[in-house]
Ligand binder design. Structure first.
Ligand code: PHE
Length: 341
């Protein structure tokens, strides 16, 4: 009798030993501990046991049942742990592999330079004032002291929609639009796209300008020089110098063009600066009294200064870019050099 339970215990032990999966173990558990399992079968055989031995037998079977349950629990825990370890091992990530870097965008060099210029002037108290890209002959020319048939119109080959409506060839119409508002003093910066029928290594039919205008009492050429020197100091290397050269624009009197020392040869003279050591960056001047008058400002009380610079030109000088067209080709190899994040 005792040997019956002992025999079963040995069988369970050896069978559990050989089990390799949680699933097989639970099948085996049913076979021993289930309703129709081997241990319940022993109890059912109780009736064949002599009455005096029944108590002892029952005790032995219960003990066996408890022990076997405990064995199954132990084995189950061990198998689950092993299976989890195997799962982790098979799903392991090799953290030493180089990751996949997402392609991140960056700012275009023209945007970088535009932002720098705007920051420089905002720091000096300027406000942004934007005008339309399609404008009338009046704002683009007449109100800037360039009457119809004036030879100065040839300075810019312009794209016309009609006799009167055109793509603005400069941001100077912004001067007129801000003066017309009638609020004084004025200290504005007007950035935007401009268009001219020009296309070569240093000219693009669409490019960007930033116009500056200050109108107040007692504004002079001296203030213009101070403003532009500060702008050059912020945008270019510390050792870049400026030079004012007399020039002509119908809307300023006197008019100047401002040169900076060549970024490539630092003033010695090279191919980029055509041997002069200087590169022109902008046009400027004291606002012509006629322009003030036409916009309803009394030139005997107020005076103004204005300047207009090309963002492409400043960008090309700052970064030593020889051909303006590279700025519009969307070539990532070129663009990635400027703003990599
Ligand atoms: N509008 C001029 C140009 O496009 C630049 C300029 C602006 C000159 C303001 C003087 C004053 O060339």
């Amino acid at each position: 009798m005792a040997s019956k339970t002992e025999e079963l215990r040995q069988r369970v032990l050896s069978e559990i030993e050989g089990v390799r999966s949680v699933k097989a173990l639970s099948e085996l558990k049913v076979a021993y501990l289930g309703k129709n399992g081997a241990i319940k079968a022993l109890l059912r055989g109780m009736k064949d046991i002599p009455a005096e031995n029944r108590a002892e037998f029952g005790k032995a079977v219960n003990e066996l049942s408890d022990d076997v349950s405990a064995l199954f629990e132990q084995k189950e825990a061990a198998l689950k742990k092993k299976e989890l370890q195997e799962k982790f091992a098979s799903q392991a990530v090799d953290i030493t592999l180089p990751g996949k870097r997402p392609l991140s965008g960056g700012l275009h060099p023209l945007t970088i330079v535009k932002n720098k210029i705007i920051d420089a002037f905002i720091g000096m108290g300027f406000e942004i004032f934007e005008g339309p890209e399609i404008d009338s002959d009046y704002y683009c020319f007449q109100a800037l002291n360039i009457p119809k048939d004036h030879p100065a119109r040839d300075m810019q080959d312009t794209f016309y929609f009609t006799d009167n409506i055109l793509l603005r060839p400069h941001t100077s119409p912004g001067q007129v639009r801000s003066m017309e508002k009638g609020k004084l003093p004025i200290k504005i910066l007007s950035p935007g796209r401009v268009y001219r029928a020009d296309d070569d290594a240093s000219h693009s039919p669409m490019f960007h300008q930033i116009e500056g205008l200050v109108v107040d009492k007692g504004v002079s050429l001296c203030d213009l020089k101070g403003l532009l020197d500060e702008f050059v100091r912020v945008i270019f290397d510390g050792d870049t110098e400026t030079r004012f050269r007399p020039s002509y624009f119908p809307f300023t009197e006197p008019s100047v063009e401002v040169d900076v020392t060549c970024c490539k040869c630092h003033g010695k003279g090279c191919g980029l600066c055509k041997g002069t050591g200087w590169i022109e960056i902008l046009g400027a001047g004291v606002v012509n009294k006629n322009v003030l008058k036409m916009s309803g400002i009394d030139p005997d009380i107020y005076s103004g200064l204005a300047f207009g610079l090309g963002i492409e030109r400043v960008t090309m000088i700052k970064y030593g870019i020889p051909d303006i067209r590279t700025l519009f080709e969307s070539n990532l190899k070129f663009l990635e050099q400027f703003d990599r994040r």
